[in-house]
Design a protein around this ligand. Structure first.
Ligand code: ADP
Ligand code: ASP
Ligand code: MG
Length: 410
């Protein structure tokens, strides 16, 4: 008998029938002798709907009120699931993030979890009840309701697992695991049985939204093994865990694409110390995550700086860049929302320089122009035009033979 945290995503609790199916599975787990803590997302596309509604109502949307709004979606699912569990004779109690004692910082819409007090969850379990916790939310140090950023229910699950010393964390979703590419874009993508935290981090950071990036960071830092699996077939999925030193590592494990970023270019910036520091410090002060940065070779003492940021942060980033334009001496500040990132990821890449050439050749053969390049020891990514992102993903998947069982580094 163990303690297991089970997280169910939006599609998994998308309608009444799905909620009943989830309740059946929770009941089965409890009857099998395990203790369960459940985390739920909002039903289906509820969160998208709430965000649209806010846009329709007002151009001014204070973060505090946005969080009050978006966190309501998860409350609906938690209450309904508890009712379905009650019908099955499984005592359960729902808790908002705040009631569960999930304490965060004060950055609305992308708050970070600082601590999980969890007293009420422990009390509920002592009374033999299954705690059902609303994902994606907490309460800030200044006692306001906060949300954890899109996909944040994954982070709630990992945090609850860590603070409860749980070994097993199951992330139930609408695909049967983590695949070599998004199976909706590349139908021949293969399910991976096992993946290291590092590889999963790179996948999540470059558009593979099957797990939220923060949740993987948390899982890696605190060694919480994750099992990503289907709430439709319940078959074994993908285990994300520490890299196994003994295991041979595939050269390339997965390819990803991402159209959620925008590019900003400052042209004709003075090429002197302190310029980049001033710009990126100002962006950091607004809690904006900058991803790829490229600075061109200087001509006549000036240079161009391009960087990518989430599209959601474009307006705030342009405000920052426009405000700094005189100080930086930039000729122009230009936004580009038509970019996409395609990336190849694999722990075995570290030792195989040929991978880079193969990626560039594959894109060149398709006539796809590369606008920016960024690398990590286990990832290579290229910014391309958004309209060719899916084509790029498909050709890269084929070029690295990911539809076949993995080639291993030798
Ligand atoms: P949930 O609502 O359960 O959190 P998400 O929509 O956030 O589900 O994540 C699951 C989706 O992630 C899948 O439907 C799939 O289209 C997408 N996805 C992107 N990349 C991958 C990948 N490499 N493997 C599996 N799924 C992926
Ligand atoms: N409902 C939230 C979202 O759609 C959180 C989640 O599903 O993980 O982003
Ligand atoms: Mg998700």
């Amino acid at each position: 008998m163990g303690l297991v945290v089970q997280k169910y995503g939006g599609t998994s609790v998308g309608d009444a029938e799905r909620i009943r199916a989830v309740a059946d599975h929770v009941a089965r787990t409890v009857r099998g002798g395990d203790e369960v803590v459940v985390v739920v997302s909002a039903m289906g596309k509820t969160t998208d709907g709430l965000l649209r509604l806010a846009e329709d109502v007002s151009s001014v949307r204070p973060g505090r009120e946005m969080d009050m709004l978006v966190t309501s979606g998860e409350r609906i699912s938690m209450a309904l699931l508890c009712m379905a569990l009650a019908e099955r004779g499984v005592p359960a109690a729902s808790f908002t993030g705040s009631q569960a004692g999930i304490i965060t910082d004060t950055i609305h819409q992308k708050a970070r979890i600082i601590e999980v007090k969890g007293d009420r969850i422990r009390e509920a379990m002592k009374e033999g009840k299954v705690p059902v916790v609303a994902g994606f939310q907490g309460v800030s140090l200044s006692r306001d309701i906060t949300s954890l950023g899109r996909g944040g229910s994954d982070t709630t699950a990992v945090a609850l697992a860590f603070f409860n010393d749980t070994a097993t964390t199951e992330i139930y979703t609408d695909v049967s695991g983590v695949f070599t590419a998004d199976p909706r874009i590349v139908p021949s993508a293969r399910k991976l049985a096992r993946l290291s935290f590092e590889e999963m981090l790179e996948i999540a950071a470059t558009g593979g939204r099957v797990l939220a990036l923060r949740s993987v960071e948390f899982a890696r830092n605190y060694k919480v093994t994750l099992h990503v699996r289907s709430s439709f077939t319940w078959e074994p999925g993908t285990v994300v865990t520490e890299e196994d030193e003994m295991m041979e590592q595939p050269l390339v494990s997965a390819v990803t694409s991402d159209t959620s970023a925008a590019k900003i270019t400052l042209t004709g910036v003075a090429d002197r110390p302190g310029i980049a520091a001033a710009l990126f410090k100002a962006l950091a002060d607004r809690a904006i995550n900058v991803d790829v940065i490229v600075q061109n070779v200087s001509h006549d003492g000036t240079t161009d700086i391009s960087f990518t940021i989430p599209k959601d942060d474009l307006a705030a980033s342009m405000e920052v860049a426009d405000a700094l334009q005189p100080e930086l001496g930039a000729r122009s500040v230009v936004a580009d929302v038509g970019v996409a990132q395609v990336a190849i990821i694999g722990a075995g890449m570290k030792t195989h320089p040929g991978v880079t050439a193969r990626m560039f050749e594959t894109l060149a053969a398709e006539g796809i122009n590369i606008e920016m390049i960024s690398t990590s020891p286990i990832r290579l990514s290229c910014m391309v035009r958004a309209e060719v992102a899916e084509q790029a993903l498909q050709v890269l998947h084929r070029a690295f033979e990911l539809d076949r069982p993995p080639a291993t580094a030798t």
